[in-house]
Structure formats: C-alpha cells, structure tokens
Design a protein around this ligand. Sequence first.
Ligand code: NAD
Length: 333
Amino acid sequence: MQFSANFMPNQETVFITGGAGFLGSYITRKLLQQGYKVVVYDAFVQYSNPIDGFNTEAQIQRRFDGIKDKVVFVRGDTTHKSFLQKAVLQHKPSVIIHLAALPIADIGDKNPDEANSSIIEGTINILNIMKDVDFVKRFVYTSSSMVYGDFEYSPADEEHPKKPKSIYGATKFAGEILTEAYGRRYKIPYTIIRPSAIYGPGDVNRRVVQMFLENAFVDKPIKLHNGGTSKLDFSFVEDVADGFILAAFHPKAEGQIFNITRGEGRQLKELVDIIQKLVGHPLKVEITPPDFHRPERGALSIEKARKLIGYNPQYSLEQGVEKYYKFLKQFYA
Ligand SMILES: NC(=O)c1ccc[n+]([C@@H]2O[C@H](COP(=O)([O-])OP(=O)(O)OC[C@H]3O[C@@H](n4cnc5c(N)ncnc54)[C@H](O)[C@@H]3O)[C@@H](O)[C@H]2O)c1
C-alpha cells in the first residue's frame, strides 16, 4: 500500500488532545476527510490576551467551519486524569495524537508551574492511561524544535544535541524522554514529532507571522530583534498537519523521532520583505536589541521524514505567507 497523507478511508477513531487548537483543527479536518472518526479533547485555553485579541473567538469558530457536527468534542484538561481516562476508555481510539500543551515559550518561562502541569503532568497522565489499555496502536507526542536550544549546525537533524534554553523546551524534552521510557517499559507504540514556527490561517496565539501581518495591516511598526537576522524554519500548517498524519499511521514511523517542518531556515527580515511585496508599500520597522533568551535556530533537516514516511512539504514561505495574507486581509478591509 502506498502511504500518503490521503490514504484509505477508515472507521478508526483518532483521539486528539489539544485538537481544538490551531494545528489540531487542521489535523482533525484532514482526518475527517479520510473517513476517520475524530474525538477532540481540549480545555479551550486562551493564551493571547482576549482584550487585544482582535477576532480571536471568530477565528477559533472558523477552524471548525462545516465540520463542527462531525467532530466529537470533549471539554477536558489533560491534568484531570480520571476525566481523561473516562474519555479514552469510552472512545477506544486506535491513535492518540497528543498536542495539548502550553504552546508558547515566553509564557512557559513566565509560568513554569503551568508549563510543568500542562506539558509534563498532562503527558504522564496520558501515558499512564495508555499503559493499561491494548487498543491504542500509536501515540504521537508533540515536541518542538526548542529542545535543541542554540543550533550547533544547520540543518539540524534529529541527532543534534539537545540543550533547551527555555522552560518550554525543557518540559517538551522531558515529555519526549517520558514517552520513550513508557514506550520501552510498557510497549506503547509511539512517534515523536518536533515541529517549528508553524503559521497559517486560524492561529490566534500571536506568533511571529501573525504579528507581522497584523502590524502590516494596521501600519504598526514591526519589531525586528537584531535587524531580523535570526533564522526560523517557518512551516505552513497544512504541511505540518500532513506530516503528523503520516507519522501517526505509517508503520515505519513507530518508535521514531521526526523533525516535521519546511526544512529551510529563513531570516525574519526576509519575512518582512515577503509581506512588504504583498501589501505593496514599505512597512514600518523598528530595530530592537538581540533577544538572547531565544535560541538561535535555523533549518531543521527533514530528510529522515522524507525517506522513511514520504513527508514532502508543499509550501514555500512565499506561498504560505501569501495564503495567510489573503485570509487575514478580509478582516482588515
Ligand atoms: N505552533 C507552533 O509553531 C508549534 C511549534 C512547535 C510545537 N508546537 C506544539 O504543537 C502543539 C499544538 O500547538 P498549536 O500551535 O496548535 O497551539 P494552540 O494553542 O492553538 O493549541 C493547543 C490546544 O491545546 C489545548 N490545551 C492546552 N493545554 C491543555 C490541557 N492541559 N488539556 C487539554 N487541552 C489543553 C488548548 O486549549 C489549545 O486548543 C503544542 O503542543 C505546541 O507546543 C507548536
């Protein structure tokens, strides 16, 4: 059988913690299209300030346009083990994709207790539930490129040293180690994914691409630390969602760790240039001092995912940002 992100309609159930979020909603939509039953287990946490969060609620609603009735939503927190267990036992998923986590490094650094409970405790709970059931055929743990810390070389492959520089990166790495240990001890079939700088329609967490585009629309200065020379592996959300689905079902993904990104390091000032071309006039830019708390990153190697599971991201930064620009523009007309 050929494995692609679009293979085989199916009646199996996929249980997605954090599935109501930005990335989870794309994975959910794609799985429904492929005939899976999807259970979204989500605490509906809001990370951006609701007072400043222009359009936040509407964007969250939009994630499930046309599919709301097809998804089973369970409002619940992964830190509430008995409730989570009840939901897992009720739905008996063959795949669990674990996305639920405090997803922002800066907030994690300011709230280490929240990072700890959301990322570590939530992960331990789900692992403890899985060790006692036999119906889960794959557990997908969502890590982050932040586990690497400052890149010592680029593209960084999965073997790159892990020296996280933030509470977020450290707790995500702890979740990886726990997943591997439970996997060995209790024979839980797992796959670990390290995404980076995901962007696209539907994000409300005010990450860099969203912030730059929104500032461009309202003519607010875009802040560029150190002149925007730092590089990120910007990854369009559709590509990342395809990568997750491949990793969740491909037999060769079992027991593996994958970088799932675009596979290119692009400077933040290049992002400004791309947006400038789209809006058609010069943008206001404010150069600010370097931010030494953020790791110096760049391209991640996606060769392992390409070779083993056929991951093949489609969107260049130019193409992805144009899609995102067109989507956001309608709200700023
Ligand atoms: N977006 C990125 O650039 C990026 C990069 C690397 C890794 N990740 C990881 O990918 C995952 C998804 O991120 P996203 O961008 O979709 O973020 P998101 O905030 O849009 O989605 C996270 C979802 O998890 C839910 N959640 C959080 N804590 C929970 C808990 N304890 N119990 C139940 N639900 C909870 C939230 O309500 C939210 O719906 C996260 O694990 C994040 O750390 C994201």
